[in-house]
Design a protein around this ligand. Structure first.
Ligand SMILES: N[C@@H](CCC(=O)N[C@@H](CS)C(=O)NCC(=O)O)C(=O)O
Length: 323
């Protein structure tokens, strides 16, 4: 865990002293776009772009879900970092190894950031969308990368899926995303990284307020916006699939488990069983990343043995008509 300051890596944990014990996520730095027509300077093409991901990370996971849904596995290559994020940040091999990323030769992800921008200051996060031709980072904001994967790569996608951000639903998706980002996707981190009781309680109460609200919504709708999944569902999915294994215990989000919510529990299994998605979920990386890397929360670095979760059991949600 750490960050770059003027191109030099510093090993330090998030500083919450100036924010009343509250975790404040920093803005992503690289915000260019790949476009189908190339007007942005980054034209969509098979084999040109690469994703750096962690299988543990819910933000990176979004990009892997889209890549699988759209059949972009051949067109967009991937490097997976080691699940442990320790003193050098994300690394391409386990601690102490000399493993290097086959594409860039880097040992640590911060070297990839420095290749794109020497002298950079800021956090080194996954996912990263990398352009092999210009040898630079196009974008490191998952919400933007999935929008590109949704539309811009259609000429090279091998599976056709309905638009996940259709114009007629865009406003509703944006509104759902805003609440879900603040209280659920980032909400679990705000609860888990809080270093003050009030900051923790505020985040945890808001999180369960939204989960109760989503539970009600999903009692009558198969997906958040009706009878087919959209971007809002996939953004929620990557947090929910980690909930009982890490957020419930490690991040103290323990008023209820996901499995105590009948609709949400069926919903997450429904999404998990969507073609291609199960292969993007790696509970071993997820558990090891959080429990071992985040030593301020779990100093012993012991990884719990449970819970036993089977996302493959029948969910019965086909019977729900959209509204
Ligand atoms: N806003 C970013 C957030 C990505 C992010 O925070 N990723 C985490 C992993 S779950 C990370 O790499 N953290 C490293 C750090 O904060 O130093 C996105 O959605 O792409």
């Amino acid at each position: 865990m750490g960050l770059l300051v003027d191109g030099v890596w510093h090993d330090e944990w998030y500083d919450t002293t100036k924010t009343g014990g509250r975790f404040v996520r920093s803005e992503s730095r690289f915000r260019d776009r790949v476009t189908a027509d190339g007007s942005s300077g980054f034209p969509a093409a098979a084999g040109r772009y690469h994703l750096f991901v962690s299988l543990a990370c819910p933000w990176a996971h979004r990009t892997l879900v889209y890549r699988a849904l759209k059949g972009l596995e051949e067109a967009i290559t991937v490097s997976v970092v080691d699940p442990l994020m320790l003193e050098h940040g994300w690394a391409f091999g386990p601690p102490g190894s000399d493993a290097r990323d086959p594409l860039t030769g880097a040992r640590y992800l911060y070297e990839v950031y420095l290749a794109a921008c020497p002298g950079l200051s800021g956090r080194v996060t996954v996912p990263v969308l990398w352009d092999k031709e210009r040898r630079t980072i196009v974008n490191n904001e998952s919400g933007e990368i999935i929008r590109m994967l949704n539309r811009e790569f259609d000429a090279v996608a091998t599976r056709s899926v309905p638009d996940l951000y259709p114009a007629e639903l865009a406003a509703e998706i944006d509104a759902l995303n805003a609440r879900i980002y603040d209280t659920v996707n980032n909400g679990v981190y705000k609860a888990g990284f809080a270093t003050a009781q009030d900051a923790y309680e505020e985040a945890a109460e808001a999180l369960f307020g939204t989960l109760d609200w989503l539970e009600q919504r999903l009692e009558t709708r198969r997906y958040l916006l009706g009878d087919r999944p959209t971007e809002a569902d996939w953004r929620l999915f990557t947090t929910l699939v980690r909930f009982d294994a890490v957020y419930y215990s490690h991040f103290k989000c323990n008023r209820r488990q996901l499995r105590d919510y009948p609709a949400l529990w069926g919903y997450v299994r429904d999404l998990y069983q969507t073609r291609g998605v199960a292969g993007t979920v790696n509970l071993d990386h997820i558990k090891r990343h959080y429990y071992v890397s985040q030593r301020t929360i779990n100093p012993s670095q012991v990884v719990p043995i449970g819970p036993g979760i089977d996302f493959g059991t029948p969910h019965g949600r086909e019977r729900l008509a959209g509204d």
